[in-house]
Design a protein around this ligand. Sequence first.
Ligand code: SF4
Ligand code: SF4
Ligand code: SF4
Length: 247
Amino acid sequence: MGKPKVGIFGFTGCGGCQLEILNLEDQLLDLVSAVDIVHFTEAITEHSDDYEIALIEGSITTEHDVERIEKIGSIANVIVAVGACAVSGGLNCLKNLYGTQKAAELVYGDKKDWIDTIEVKPVDAYLKVDHYSRGCPPNRFEIVDIVRSLLLGRQPEIPNYPVCVECKRNGNTCVYELGMTCLGPISRAGCDSRCPNSASGCEACRGVIENPNVNAQKDLLAEHGLTVKDIMSQFNLYNACKGKNIE
Ligand code: SF4
Ligand code: SF4
Ligand code: SF4
C-alpha cells in the first residue's frame, strides 16, 4: 500500500499556518517521508486532485471559496482544520461584525460590487471536520501530532484545560497584576501560554474549552474591578463567528 496522500490548502488567511508547517524543518522531512504531499498551496507548484487527507488553512469568505471547499470535501476522507481562521473563522470574522456589504463599502467604496465577498464562516460550516489544530498561528508540533495520530489510528491529544494551567506551570506573573486583561481562565491551552509568557493577555486564539468555568473568569475580572464587557473586544478578535456567549 502506498503512502497516504495529503493536500495542504490555503483559503482566506495570511498564509502563516502553512508557514508553520514549512518551519517544521527536521520534522517536515519525517512528515514528507511518512506521507505523500500532493498539493501544498504555499510550497509546491504541482497540484493533484487525488488525496485522502486535507489540511485546510483559512476561512471561507467568497463564493469561489465555497466551490473549492465543497470540491475538497468530495475528495478527502479526512479533513483537518488548521489555524484559527479555519477552525473558528478567526480574525476574518471581524468583517461579520460590520456586515458583509458595509465592510465591502468601507474598504472598496463604489467598487464594492466588483468584490466576491460573503459572510465569513469556518470550515466546519461547510464540511465535517475530523480534527482541529487551533491557534493563530497553530502549534506546528500539534499539526504533526494530528497527522501522526491519523497514520497510527489513534486520537491526537489536544488539551481541554485552560491556558491558566500552562501559565501557572510556567511561573508567569498574572497579567491582571500588570494592569492587563486575559482570557486564560476559559481559553484552550496547547500553546504553552505563549502570550502570558511575554506579559500579554491571552486572546483565546485557540478558542474556548468545553465547559469553561465562566465564573472563574468573572471572579478574576471582579477582583480587578472589571466586567465581561471589558474583555468582549478581546474575545471577539478570534471568536466573533463562533459567537460563544461568555456573559
Ligand atoms: S490562523 Fe492566523 S496564522 Fe493562520 S492563516 Fe489565519 S491569521 Fe494567518
Ligand atoms: S489569567 Fe492569564 S496571565 Fe493570569 S494566570 Fe491565567 S493565563 Fe496567566
Ligand atoms: S495565550 Fe491565548 S492568544 Fe496566546 S497563543 Fe495561547 S491561546 Fe492564543
